[in-house]
Design a protein around this ligand. Structure first.
Ligand code: GUN
Length: 281
């Protein structure tokens, strides 16, 4: 295997959480209340349960007060709105996160826009999306912000580089395009209708893949020396957890690469703590 360096999201997320814990304990000494995060999960999706539990554990590590609301799958939209309204009004709750995806009978856009935008630690509310697009201060989606924090930690500057983002979701692909654009990258976004995906991928100086499918991008397409950010998390039938990119093959080409697990996943969780802390100020 040729020389590649690991973008160690686990390590950097721990450093970020230690920094947040220190800031919170300092504020507690000053008589301030701890930040509070409400996490809402509707239904029994196994992956979502793991993510939610990771978020709650991170709250415990950083000194954020967390309240988990586990609701049955059949919960009506009306009942979910009532809970959100209550959390919006609660002065001890600074951040509200409704884990996605939601069951089909509940409209995700209606739900995310029901959350007080000042408590929208996911950065999914239309006001925060607008602020990000206009480059105004606001809460920014955790995964894209976590990607930028990780690159910054390793002194990697996207300015002038060609960044290819594969995937155009609300949660990752689109906000990540904007983050990269504002960092001075030339951005290409590939999606389900993109033709000749191999041509685009092979031109990437920074390749970010956020599809949720390990069979879309062939790692042999990757340019020598590229920086590879793998945002996918996929559970294979044999139980293994893998990203969207074949790590062994991509590592042959890459100068820097994120592992899965231990790359962007922990950065998302640490960034949620950062957003919750900032929302409490
Ligand atoms: N589902 C997958 N990623 C996320 C995320 O960052 N936030 C929420 N709320 N749901 C998700």
């Amino acid at each position: 295997m040729t020389a590649h360096q690991i973008l160690d999201g686990k390590l950097v997320s721990q450093e970020l959480q230690t920094d947040i814990a220190r800031k919170i304990s300092k504020r507690l000494e000053g008589g301030f209340q701890p930040p509070g995060l409400a996490v809402v999960l509707v239904g029994n999706d196994e992956a979502s349960k793991v993510y939610v539990n990771n978020k709650i554990r991170a709250c415990e590590r950083t000194g954020i007060r967390s309240a988990a609301h586990f609701l049955p799958r059949q919960t009506s939209a009306k009942a979910l709105y009532a809970l959100i309204d209550e959390l919006n009004e609660d002065p001890e709750v600074h951040g509200i996160l409704v884990q996605l995806p939601l069951p089909e009978h509940i409209d995700e856009t209606e739900v995310t826009n029901r959350i007080d935008p000042d408590k929208d630690v996911d950065g999914f509310h239309a006001r925060n999306v607008g602020h990000l697009a206009l480059r105004q201060p606001g809460l920014r989606p955790c995964t894209p912000r976590g990607v930028m924090t990780l690159l910054n930690h390793y002194g990697i500057d996207p300015k002038g580089k060609h960044c290819v983002v594969v995937g155009a979701s609300n949660i990752v692909g689109r906000p990540l395009m904007l983050e990269m654009l504002f960092a001075g990258a030339t951005v290409t976004c590939c999606h389900r209708f993109t033709r000749n995906l191999d041509d685009h991928v092979s031109q990437a100086d920074v390749l970010c893949v956020a599809v949720g499918n390990p069979n879309i991008v062939d790692a042999t397409w990757i340019k020598k020396g590229a920086i590879v950010i793998d945002i996918g998390i996929n559970r294979l039938t044999d139980g293994r957890l893998v990203g969207d990119v074949d790590f062994e093959v991509a590592a042959e080409q890459a100068s820097w690469i994120t592992p899965v697990p231990g790359g962007i996943g922990p950065m998302t969780v640490a960034t949620l703590m950062q957003n919750t802390y900032e929302a409490s100020l």
